[in-house]
Design a protein around this ligand. Structure first.
Ligand code: URA
Length: 215
């Protein structure tokens, strides 16, 4: 039986407290598994935590698991995941050198869009996830990830292809990470005319990573 939904403000505070107490990705995963403040946990089959190399210089953050991801407990393993893999390959990387996760670790039923409350409640976990992976570059895959982590209201069409700054919790310069929002592969699969812009963004990310490697 699903537990009654916690008040979102209380749930967010609890998530924030739980996230601040962990110091490794394994502990973060355990804290998320034990978290009771998001009702999506009760309709999902699995917690989808992350995949790839936790020492990666680049971290891709999508929206939420779909049916395939929920079944396998891994992010981006369905059809849009195959396109994301091709985008990552175009950067010269794969899942052994990049890291992939989502804003929400549980699948919204029927793949509906996450609600603002669900995103707000789970935000402390993804923010801690970013701190622990500490990538040099963040790629925000789709509008949900971009608006959740940048606090911007513009749609993805406006934000994509721009280098922006993700600000972590601490108000210091070390918590600032360059990030680029890109079109979500599920959107690209429906709007193939946008692929040219999408590949331009991928190229810009590759150039940025190449220039970091040259330093
Ligand atoms: N879409 C997402 O945003 N994330 C996934 O893991 C799969 C599809």
């Amino acid at each position: 039986m699903p537990l009654p939904l916690e008040n979102p403000d209380v749930a967010e505070k609890n998530a924030d407290q739980n996230a601040s107490e962990v110091s490794t990705l394994a502990e973060l995963k355990r804290a998320m598994e034990a978290f009771e403040g998001c009702s999506l946990k009760h309709t999902a089959m699995n917690l989808v935590f992350g995949d790839g190399n936790p020492d990666a210089s680049v971290m891709f953050i999508g929206e939420a698991p779909g049916a395939d991801e929920d079944r396998q407990g891994l992010p981006f393993v369905g059809v849009s995941g195959q396109l994301l893999d091709r985008m990552i390959a175009a950067i010269g990387m794969d899942r052994s050198s990049a890291y992939i996760t989502n804003i929400l670790p549980w699948r919204p039923p029927g793949n509906r869009k996450p609600t603002t409350n669900e995103v707000t409640v789970c935000l402390p976990f993804i923010r801690r996830h970013i701190e622990l992976v500490a990538p040099q570059v963040l790629v925000l895959v789709g509008g949900t990830a971009a608006s959740a982590l940048l606090g911007r209201t513009e749609g993805i069409t406006r934000l994509r292809g721009k280098w922006l700054i993700y600000r972590g919790k601490e108000e210091n310069i070390d918590s600032e990470i360059p990030c680029m929002p890109i079109y979500h592969p599920a959107y690209l699969l429906r709007q193939s005319a946008l692929k040219r812009e999408a590949w331009r963004d991928i190229l810009a990310i590759k150039e940025r990573l190449d220039s970091l490697n040259d330093k």
